[in-house]
Design a protein around this ligand. Structure first.
Ligand code: MG
Length: 451
């Protein structure tokens, strides 16, 4: 095939004269680009532009969180998309980022080219990789995928390659104040069909009957919590032992260390838990202590999950390439949406790192839908975190909200992400004006514990 035919086949057209090595005139090039535009228009998908980007906030009963969703409106009447931008602890900062900066940056630009919009928005503040701007970017990105699916008349998972499983298995949380209470709760979930359950005793801090010295002298705030790290470390293996004894070997058990203990204690705990065959142990270290994974991997084969606090590729690329953990637990709105999450998932495939997207209550139903669409389409999926119930109030605000309840995540087959928003219903549930701070926890002497 000669150059002329190659150019024709690329849809660029050809005219007389020559320029450079391709043998084209400037006039011909201009005509070619016009032809390419025309060709796109006649494919039934005329270009559309973003006409407005706004944040919608709501805190419906049953969510317990300040949910923020971005609505992207387009030049096609009635066509809009929704994306999750929920950072419940700093919701007002995200709303400002969306309404004051993102709207201005995006209005008038193409709604078609998602990667291009993601890249140009990501760099638009120069400083980047922070949770506020990443959440705002996620709202835009997920909304553009929603729009793309609506235009294609396909659910987003179809655009990502189609289903590779019937539905993504989920885990839910069993908590109690004694090993027996936790075991009873696990059995309840197993009876509902759950094959995976996360087990915690006394929340993230464990159970202690001691009064800490900082409380005796009135140090800190009266609502501050105490973590008896010795009692926690002794209690977790007892909890696993009781659950295995009561519930058998088949159920898959997860546990979240939540980064609250010293690295060497976490390594010893993982070694001790191996005999109970955990599905994964989550966040044994804080992101600041990530280098300890090398020592942990050298001493224990217990499966590990990490990443809900990650913001930046600098935090996950190298550890994944070193196979330091088995599950990547990124909070998708925290890294900027579906576009970067798909790259993380694909990276993991080559290093045997499976996805276990963070899916707590402070993820909007739109965000849970995004988690589920990706989890339907990605081969190296591991598990999905999703609460068991969706309240009537949440369903009224978010028609089409995903749900679990039988150990699987369920979405509807509507085009796009499949979740809408009732703005009048959302307005009935205003978000909190302030946030008291993420669970302040202290040691005996009052030293704050991360996170
Ligand atoms: Mg966690």
């Amino acid at each position: 095939m000669d150059r002329r035919n190659v150019i024709k086949n690329l849809g660029l057209g050809l005219a007389s004269g020559t320029i450079g090595a391709l043998g084209l005139t400037e006039k011909a090039m201009a005509q070619g680009f016009e032809a390419a535009k025309y060709q796109k228009a006649t494919n039934g998908l005329p270009p559309i532009k973003i006409t407005n980007v706004k944040a919608i906030s709501t805190r419906p009963s049953g969510s317990g969180s300040n949910l923020v969703v971005v609505k992207v409106e387009t030049s096609e009447p009635g066509l809009y998309g929704l994306g999750c931008a929920t950072f419940t602890q700093r919701a007002h900062a995200v709303i400002t980022a969306v309404d004051k900066y993102l709207n201005d940056f995006c209005t008038g630009k193409s709604a078609d080219n998602i990667e291009d919009m993601w890249q140009s928005t990501y760099h638009s503040s120069y400083w980047r990789n922070g949770p506020v701007l990443n959440n705002a970017l996620s709202g835009l990105d997920q909304a553009l995928w929603d729009i793309k699916g609506k235009r294609a008349n396909m659910p987003v998972y179809e655009l990502l390659g189609g289903k590779v499983r019937i539905a993504p298995p989920t885990y839910t949380h069993a908590s109690g104040n004694s090993p027996e209470e936790v075991a009873d709760k696990v059995q309840e979930y197993m009876d509902l069909g759950y094959k995976h359950v996360r087990i915690q005793m006394g929340g993230y801090s464990g159970v202690s009957d001691l009064e800490p010295d900082f409380k005796k002298v009135g140090f800190g705030h009266e609502t501050d919590n105490f973590m008896d790290q010795y009692a926690y470390l002794k209690g977790v293996p007892k909890m696993f032992e009781a659950v295995r004894k009561a519930c058998g070997e088949r159920v898959e058990l997860c546990h979240d260390v939540h980064e609250r203990i010293q690295p060497n204690d976490a390594i010893n705990l993982c070694k001790e838990l191996e005999q109970y065959r955990p599905f994964f142990i989550e966040d044994p270290f804080s992101p600041e202590n990530i280098a300890y994974f090398e020592q942990l991997r050298g001493q224990s084969s217990v499966p590990l999950a990490m990443g809900e606090l990650f913001n930046s590729p600098h935090e996950w690329v190298e550890p994944m390439s070193k196979r330091w953990y088995d599950f990547i637990r990124i909070h998708i709105s925290q890294i900027g949406g579906i576009t970067p999450a798909m790259k993380v998932a694909r990276l993991g495939e080559w290093f045997n790192v499976k996805t276990a997207w963070h899916g707590p209550g402070d993820t909007s139903p739109v965000g849970h839908a995004a988690n589920t669409h990706i989890s339907l389409a990605v081969w190296n999926f591991g598990i999905l975190e999703m609460h068991r119930t969706v309240s009537d109030e949440i369903q009224e605000v978010f028609p089409g909200a995903p749900y679990s309840g039988d150990g699987y995540a369920h979405i509807n087959e509507a085009p796009g992400l499949g979740v809408d928003i009732n703005e009048d219903a959302a307005a009935k549930w205003p978000i909190a004006e302030s946030f008291p701070g993420f669970g302040r926890v202290r040691k005996f002497d009052g030293t704050p514990i991360r996170p």
